[in-house]
Ligand binder design. Structure first.
Ligand SMILES: CC(C)(COP(=O)(O)OP(=O)(O)OC[C@H]1O[C@@H](n2cnc3c(N)ncnc32)[C@H](O)[C@@H]1OP(=O)(O)O)[C@@H](O)C(=O)NCCC(=O)NCCS
Length: 126
């Protein structure tokens, strides 16, 4: 099964490069050009929890990792905090109550992400 098939099986409905929300967490995934042919990587381009600290981010990331494992897909992301302004714009910087850059790195590490360089983290499928 490919990543998208597993995703649809468990009710994640986001398309490549389109931001989608399950009502709790907004997510944008995009096929990563870093990998070749049969084993395409997936980049988490946007990840934003409506209400922080309630485990919603954890549950969403668990689902994404499940899709990656079932389809043997590598995941990539840049651990860099951002926040939504009152006008709906996105700005880099700490969100009140959200995770800082260092906390993001530690949090993603629990899911198996490792630093690949100064900006990116990657996760091998299990
Ligand atoms: C990163 C983010 C999506 C996490 O979403 P979330 O819904 O808060 O996720 P969780 O509730 O699962 O909490 C994440 C971790 O922070 C801790 N945490 C967060 N808020 C907390 C709070 N108020 N009190 C105690 N712990 C808190 C949790 O213990 C959890 O750690 P754990 O999984 O080891 O237990 C959220 O902080 C966010 O939207 N940040 C702004 C956007 C952003 O920077 N996105 C990431 C870009 S790479």
């Amino acid at each position: 099964m490919n990543f998208r098939d597993v995703m649809h099986e468990i009710g994640l409905k986001t398309l490549d490069g389109v931001t989608w929300s399950d009502g709790e967490v907004e997510v944008e995934l995009a096929s990563s050009p870093r990998e070749e042919s049969d084993n395409v990587g997936m980049t988490i381009r946007y990840f934003y929890s409506r209400e922080v600290g309630r485990g919603n981010g954890y549950r969403m990331l668990e689902k994404i990792c499940h899709c990656a494992d079932k389809s043997a897909t590598k995941l990539y992301l840049q651990p860099r905090p951002y926040r939504q302004t009152e006008h709906g714009a996105i700005k880099f910087g700490n969100r009140q109550g959200g995770l800082t850059k260092q906390q993001l790195i530690e949090w993603y590490s629990k899911f198996g992400f490792k630093k690949v360089n100064s900006r990116w983290m990657g996760r091998e499928p299990k």
